[in-house]
Write a protein that binds this ligand. Structure first.
Ligand code: IVH
Length: 702
């Protein structure tokens, strides 16, 4: 609707010459840009491209430059631009910004304690109906209060000590999710309304900001919360404007000239209609049991949220009940925060170990004083490589912040510089492999250091065997790290081929190995002898050859011999194989030791059905992506027909895609293909392409 009025072509009279028309145009542009901002920053559902948006913005800027009298405080061009402040003026909160009591009890009891307390305060008995609560997320950012007068944002303030905060209006105005004017529809806006909420930073925005800071050689931030806090505290709002801040509203302060609804839930709905971002996970629930269910559901969602939360908040939904419950000192009786285990904790680095992986890569690992974080006790954190240690400047003895979110491997976020002991000791990458003593090599321009011992190194051997036996490789069930560890340490196994020489007796002699498990292991080894070529190639553990590449190689060459005899050109002739990968494959197969192990494995009886090498045909050299339901063929069938005709099928559209084969109800693939101008075929057109040579012949003979 708004758009229809907007996209006047540049040749159309913009009305800039007549002040009233210019004024109208400026107002139209202002509300259109505000609506686009709302769709982009609040609803996460933009309806125009960046270029279209920029065009509107520029037009408004030009109009305002020609007619400065048209500039209004709520104009989107006025979000940035104030001079740096010498300091933030103080702001007194007429309605104090309170904190909420935190229920630290775990799981169910926290919600029950809160509900029981509320019921007791209200003099309710068991026969009374359950209380309605509004359950919300507890956002991990900074509390702010936004003051709108007659619908226009006039002030933004921090919480401070709850009574007096700092005036950060200039900075608040740069947060694009915060409307400069409330959208009250046809109704008049509240005479004055203070909206309380949390300024925060999304995790992805935080990562991008840190990348940018790093690239510019500037200081990085420890976590999204600190990053949001640091950004809001800038005296120069031009800096804040460059920080990707977000906002969620969760309550009210002082309000005049607006009829309050009856419940907190309705207040949040009203704020949402005003155009403020209000988190969609909020739920009205009844009684303690539903609070518990909410707590659990959000705990499961926590890691998948795009922003950090540190818990959930329960609030009595009825504003009348809130009033009756009142406050104890500085905390309301009607609300409680129920926290989740912290995902960050302080601990100390006791020493730094070096682990040797399958490919010989050395990974430094920090050994930490045990600390409970993210719901488990953590004693190790990977430090990735030497450069990473230098970048974070982690030293042995340091106090550090460790983070563990979800199932992600714990990591050291930052060092607490003030707590560095005098004898803190910098890490040096060893020159010799800590496991086998071979030389450590770090190639120029590479971040990783490698042990040069290859399969002489017991650690590499163990990892290589573990990889060989893995579920997606030879799938030898029951052959795990504990057993491999013993087999290598007792020198029972040098290479993968030796595994197949072991007997049940050999296994039975190992620690913690029952008779039955030994028999099972023998059976699993026997079973693994029948495999597929791609699994076997993957199992060999050639550097850079993952599962997908192993599949490409198997499909392309059809036999192990053909792969082993392939030269550089033959390898790089496959579109997925680059120079580095080709070199790695060539060097692996030129190594006599590797050839011997392969021969021994085949002698041991490892075999696979021969696969036909990729066909050549009318579709040779063409890459297809399938989307939607085809009229007669299943996807598998279409896939097979394309491959049989020499073509290739990949999962997603890129510039390299030759055609998209689209059926009914195609996904976003189709839109992407159109955007990249990749030709789209239907089933009939594909069949025609496959049969083309036949029809050509038919024509020739007729
Ligand atoms: S309500 C009177 N709701 O948690 C109740 N606070 O101590 C006032 N917070 O720093 C707070 N998410 O900024 C409320 N959904 C939410 C919240 C929330 C985060 C923060 C708030 C304050 C602290 C409460």
């Amino acid at each position: 609707m708004i758009q229809g009025m907007l996209f006047s072509s540049p040749s159309e009279p913009s009305g800039a010459s007549a002040p009233t028309a210019a004024g109208e145009r400026a107002a139209t542009l202002r509300s259109a840009i505000a609506a686009h901002d709302h769709r982009y920053y609040v609803l996460d559902a933009p309806t125009v491209s960046d270029a279209e948006y920029d065009a509107l913005y520029r037009e408004l800027q030009q109009l305002e430059a020609q007619h400065p009298e048209l500039i209004t405080p709520d104009s989107p061009t006025q979000r940035v631009g104030g001079r740096p402040l010498p300091e933030f003026p103080a702001v007194r909160h007429t309605v104090p910004m309170l904190s909420i009591r935190t229920e630290t009890d775990t799981e169910a009891s926290g919600a029950r304690t809160f509900d029981a307390r509320v019921r007791r305060e209200l003099g309710l008995t068991e026969s009374d109906p359950p209380i309605a609560y509004l359950a919300e997320l507890k956002f991990d950012g900074l509390a702010v209060s936004l003051r709108y007068e007659a619908g226009v944002l006039v002030q933004g303030a921090t919480r401070g000590d709850g009574e007096t905060g700092e005036d950060i209006t200039q900075n608040i105005r740069t947060v694009r999710a915060i409307p400069l004017r409330l959208n009250s529809g046809d109704a008049p806006p509240p005479a004055m309304i203070e909206i309380r909420g949390e300024v925060y930073m999304r995790r992805a925005d935080f990562e991008r900001l840190n990348d940018r800071q790093r690239a510019a050689g500037e200081k990085t931030f420890v976590n999204p919360r600190n990053s949001a806090a640091g950004s809001l505290r800038q005296l120069d709002s031009n800096i804040t404007a460059k920080r990707p801040l977000s906002f969620f509203a969760y309550g009210l302060g002082e309000v005049t000239g607006w009829k309050l609804p009856e419940t907190h839930g309705e207040v949040l709905d009203a704020l949402e209609r005003f155009g403020l971002p209000v988190d969609k996970h909020r739920r009205r629930v009844l009684g303690a049991e539903e609070l518990i269910a909410f707590h659990q559901k959000i705990a499961e969602l926590r890691d998948a949220l795009p922003f950090d939360i540190d818990g959930v908040v329960y609030k009595a939904d009825s504003l009348a009940l809130q009033q009756r419950l009142g406050f104890v000192t500085r905390e309301p009786r009607w609300a409680v925060a129920h926290k989740y285990p912290a995902q960050e904790q302080f601990t100390t680095v006791q020493h730094i170990d070096v682990q040797v992986g399958r490919t010989g890569r050395l990974t430094p690992v920090a050994k930490l004083a045990p600390v409970f974080v993210g719901g488990v006790t953590v004693t190790n954190a990977t430090l990735h490589n030497e450069d990473e240690i230098r970048r974070k400047d982690v030293r042995i003895g340091d106090t550090v912040i460790v983070r563990r979110a979800g199932d992600v491997i714990p990591e050291i976020v930052a060092v607490v510089a003030e707590r560095r002991p005098e004898d803190a000791c910098a890490f040096e990458m060893p020159r010799q492999c800590p496991v086998c003593g071979s030389a450590v090599i770090r190639e120029e321009g590479e971040v990783d250091a490698y042990c040069s011992g290859e399969l002489f190194c017991p650690s590499q051997r163990k990892q290589a065997l573990l990889h060989f036996a893995g579920r997606r490789a030879m799938d030898i069930e029951g052959l795990g790290d504990k057993i491999i560890e013993q087999l290598v340490d007792k020198a029972m196994v040098q290479s993968a081929a030796d595994l197949y020489r072991l007997t049940q007796n050999d296994f039975a002699g190992l620690d913690r190995m029952a008779e039955k498990s030994a028999a099972n292991l023998c059976a699993a080894l026997e079973k693994s002898k029948t495999t597929t070529l791609d699994r076997f190639i993957f199992a060999l553990g050639v550097r850079h050859v993952g599962e997908a590449t192993a599949r490409d190689l198997a499909r392309h060459f059809g036999s192990l011999e053909a792969l082993m005899n392939a030269d550089h050109d033959a390898l790089t002739g496959i579109s997925e194989i680059g120079g580095v990968m080709a070199e790695s494959i060539l060097s692996f197969f030129s190594e006599p030791r590797n050839r011997n192990v392969i021969a021994a494995l085949r002698t041991a009886g490892i075999h696979w059905p021969e696969v036909a090498a990729a066909a050549t045909g009318p579709l040779t050299g063409l890459t297809f992506v399938l989307t939607g339901t085809l009229p007669t063929m299943s996807r598998d069938e279409a896939d097979r027909r394309i491959v049989d005709a020499g073509g290739k099928v990949t999962g997603s559209v890129s510039k390299k895609t030759s055609y998209v084969l689209a059926g009914d109800a195609p996904g976003s693939t189709l839109a992407k293909a159109q955007a990249l101008r990749i030709p789209v075929l239907d089933e009939a057109a594909l069949l025609h392409m496959i049969e083309q040579p036949v029809s050509k012949n038919a024509q020739a003979t007729s």
